[in-house]
Ligand binder design. Structure first.
Ligand code: PBG
Length: 329
């Protein structure tokens, strides 16, 4: 007459649920993406990402100290050059005095070796056409010409103190080209966090405002098609073979199946990036009073962890780190 099995028994109290929870999320698993902009002396709001700002060098320094104090595992830095410093090849990306390299040196000198500092190794913030690479005579992204620009950028970022380079451009061979150039330069300790399975996504929308992107058109000739699964395996296998220290899946929330498959076969740690649009959807709904911001953010991150991420890049990193350690205000 009665159910023989009663799974609800282990859900009865918070203590029972805590005992049997199969996924743990800790502050150290979270990486905070940060934006540093040239030519500003106070933080600038990003309207499509409430709560996220473009930092000045000074505000970057203090926000980074706060983030590390909250226990986050690392920081991923993006540079926002002045419009007049953008050009066809993204020169400011490899210039030691370009904003991203100055930002990296600021973080490294402020935080010392105890904080993991990552750099976005991609040209799109720095090119006047907004693509992740340089263009050929027909306006198409030239894969191999782009690789030499990535190498210049990678060497400048390694010199500026980055621990891990985030190769987010989706050019073929980018990890191998950067790895061999780093090694040849004696930068054998600088690692690569490869955006291995990166899909073309409408959810990057708010990021375009965050970095003042000048992109016309889309990135579908280099980022993956969301309809495809096996391609993610090919991309991650190639990046691992080329020397990636960590592989990443991006976006995260609509790509948990891909994340699980990559996690099941990757010999190296796996990261996932909860991107700008994923952040902004939760924040917008919460600001309308439709969902609970912290609860929704935490749930989304636990699910990304459950799907196989060892490390999660998220704009919620500091808030959730504080929630997890019980120090939120
Ligand atoms: C490329 C890059 C992008 C993001 C991270 N690195 C933009 C893109 O591929 O269009 C997006 C991150 C986000 O949306 O939060 N440099």
């Amino acid at each position: 007459m009665f159910p023989a099995d009663r799974p609800r028994r282990l859900r009865r109290t918070p203590a029972l649920r805590r005992l049997v929870a199969q996924t743990s999320l800790e502050p150290r698993h979270l990486v905070l993406p940060m934006f540093v902009a040239d030519g500003i002396d106070a933080p600038r709001e990003i309207s499509s990402m409430p709560g996220v700002v473009q930092h000045s060098l000074d505000s970057l320094r203090s926000a980074a100290v706060d983030a590390i104090a909250a226990g986050v595992g690392g920081l991923m830095l993006f540079g926002v050059p002045r419009a007049e410093d953008k050009d066809a090849t993204g020169s400011a990306a490899s210039d030691p005095d370009g904003i991203l390299n100055r930002g990296l040196r600021t973080l490294r000198s402020e935080l010392g070796v105890d904080a993991v500092v990552m750099a976005d190794t991609c040209l799109d913030e720095f090119t006047d056409h907004g693509h992740c690479g340089v263009l050929d005579a027909h306006g198409a992204v030239d894969n191999d010409a782009t690789l030499s620009r990535y190498v210049d950028m990678a060497l400048a970022q390694a010199d500026s103190g980055a621990d891990l380079l985030g190769t987010s451009g989706m050019m073929d061979g980018q990890v191998g080209a950067i790895r061999s150039a780093l090694d040849a330069a004696g930068r054998t300790d600088t690692g690569i966090i490869a955006y291995a399975a990166k899909y073309a996504s409408a959810f990057y929308g708010p990021f375009r405002e965050a970095v003042g992107s000048s992109l016309q058109g889309d990135r579908r000739t280099y980022q993956q098609d969301s309809a495809n699964r096996r391609e993610a395996q090919l991309e991650t296998d190639l990046d691992v073979a080329e020397g990636a220290d960590i592989v990443m899946v991006k976006p995260a929330m609509s790509y948990l199946d891909i994340l699980r498959e990559v996690a099941d076969r990757s010999p190296v740690p796996v990261a996932a990036y909860q991107i700008s649009g994923e952040y902004s959807m939760i924040v917008a709904a919460a600001n309308n009073g439709w969902i609970d911001r912290d609860a929704a953010a935490l749930e989304s991150l636990v699910c990304i962890k459950r799907a196989g991420a060892d490390v999660i890049l998220t704009y919620f990193a500091v808030d959730i780190a504080r929630t997890l350690s019980g120090t939120s205000s």
